[in-house]
Design a protein around this ligand. Structure first.
Ligand code: ATP
Ligand code: MG
Length: 424
């Protein structure tokens, strides 16, 4: 019987991996422009970490976690909790009061697999810890927007504030009172959430629930003066950075630790999977996990969803793997020197393709095209004897002679330089 991958766990094949690498490189580049530094944490943590940070009554903790019950450990469903755990454990704030951290890696949630929704998925995660100023919120959001812009993706940004432990509890009470009146029409999940996690009812995606909560009280009208000021300043700073956004008072993130600013980057191009990335402030989280009373803000973007959007871009804008030169070794006598030349060129940092099968020129040129070689060096027995190969530009089809003289090292260096010149 053929063994296949587990449902919801996906292979990233080379044609897709090139797109992923492009996204990751762009992300690293942009994050580092904003002074972010990489952190890598384990993919498993004590279950308690996620229960305490994400919240017991959230979908993630209630239904989606991969937990080894007998071991008390869980495969991470998101990155923030682990990063905060590491931040506290290593006292990172002692070295540097404001920490800007990013992480890239797999996350695990037991959800129903579909397009853009997997059980092992990958996130680009960014966190700024220790800064309270609204401008920092705007800067972090602007960084996410810059990444999506530079990848050529069009997304819309929605913004909300979830208030704080002062203004949220009285709002929650009002909301529960409202929901209890309308509870008849709510879906089963939302009936339950009315008691366990009433704010989540506001962003239920079911049309019937949406219609009912349209008239629910709005958190944005209920913010305390401090939260209100913070939120106004975030909006002002975003406008200053020319980042367009839309207020959405119904957006409630699925993780309990959020306070104040929350945001989502949305697309209309992925069916039901509208959120490309999302994040917010988590001012009480670090203290809740036993750390110092520091605030933080972060976001996570889904690599799969970004890759799917990138795939929809025109062919010419797709990142591809390329080879600098393919060596077409024709004839038995050329195989050994050509393999040495390939090795020498690779030492010079050149991406080389070569084939030892002894196939004819037509087949080898086809192979060169398949691996996106920019040049092919054609070396048959005659060329080898006369110490003159043919360099073919695979784009223009132009051919020019190249001298095959000197030691392998000399030849490799000369050819490598020649390729550099041709590249510019
Ligand atoms: P959704 O509403 O789509 O379930 P979420 O609110 O659960 O998303 P977050 O926990 O905020 O998502 O994670 C941030 C990002 O990670 C999402 O915007 C999405 O791009 C991605 N993501 C979340 N869950 C999955 C998944 N199961 N498969 C693929 N990507 C995911
Ligand atoms: Mg989810």
């Amino acid at each position: 019987m053929k063994i296949q991958a587990i449902n919801g766990f996906k292979d990233i094949l080379p044609d897709t991996a090139v797109r992923w690498r492009h996204i990751e490189q762009r992300a690293r580049d942009i994050f580092e422009r904003f002074g972010m530094r990489e952190i890598r944490t384990p993919i498993m943590e004590k279950t308690e970490l996620f229960v305490r940070s994400i919240g017991e009554a959230t979908d993630v903790v209630e239904k989606e976690m991969y937990t080894f019950i007998d071991k008390g450990i869980t495969m991470r469903p998101e990155a923030t909790a682990s990063i905060m755990r590491a931040f506290i454990e290593h006292g990172l704030h002692v070295q540097q009061p404001i920490q800007r951290l990013y992480a890239i890696g797999p996350m695990f949630r037991h959800e129903r697999p579909q397009k853009g929704r997997l059980r092992q998925f990958h996130q680009l995660d960014a966190e700024i810890i220790g800064a309270v100023e609204p401008r920092v919120d705007a800067e972090l959001i602007a960084m996410g927007q810059m990444l999506l812009d530079e990848l050529g993706l069009s997304v819309s940004l929605e913004l909300n504030s979830l208030g704080c432990p002062i203004c949220r509890p009285p709002f929650k009470q009002r909301l529960v009172a409202f929901l209890e009146q309308t509870s008849e029409g709510l879906c089963e999940d939302c009936k339950r959430r009315t008691q366990t996690n009433p704010l989540r009812v506001l962003d239920c995606k079911k049309p019937t629930c949406r219609a009912l909560v349209k008239d629910a009280p709005s958190l944005l009208d209920a913010l305390c003066p401090d939260c209100d000021r913070h939120f106004q300043e975030v909006q002002g700073a975003l406008q200053g950075l020319e980042i367009p956004f839309r207020l959405n008072p119904f957006m409630v993130r699925g993780l309990d630790y959020y306070t104040r600013t929350t945001f989502e980057f949305l697309t209309t191009d992925l069916g039901a999977q509208a959120a490309v990335g999302a994040g917010g402030r988590y001012d009480g989280l670090i203290e809740e996990l036993g750390g110092p009373p520091l605030s933080g803000i972060g976001f996570a973007m889904g690599l799969e969803r970004i890759a799917l959007l990138l795939e929809q871009r025109p062919e010419g804008e797709q990142p591809t793997d390329t080879t600098d030169i393919f060596i077409a070794a024709l004839g038995q006598a050329t195989l050994a020197p050509c393999s040495q030349l390939a090795h020498g060129l690779r030492k010079q940092g050149i991406r080389v393709g070569i084939d030892y099968s002894g196939r004819g020129l037509k087949a080898l040129l086809k192979q060169a095209a398949r691996i996106n070689a920019r040049f092919t060096l054609i070396v048959g027995d005659d060329e080898w004897a006369s110490q003159q190969g043919i360099l073919r530009n695979m784009t223009t089809q132009e051919q020019q002679p190249v001298a095959l003289v000197g030691t392998t090292d000399e030849l490799s260096r000369r050819l490598a330089e020649h390729l550099q010149v041709l590249r510019h």
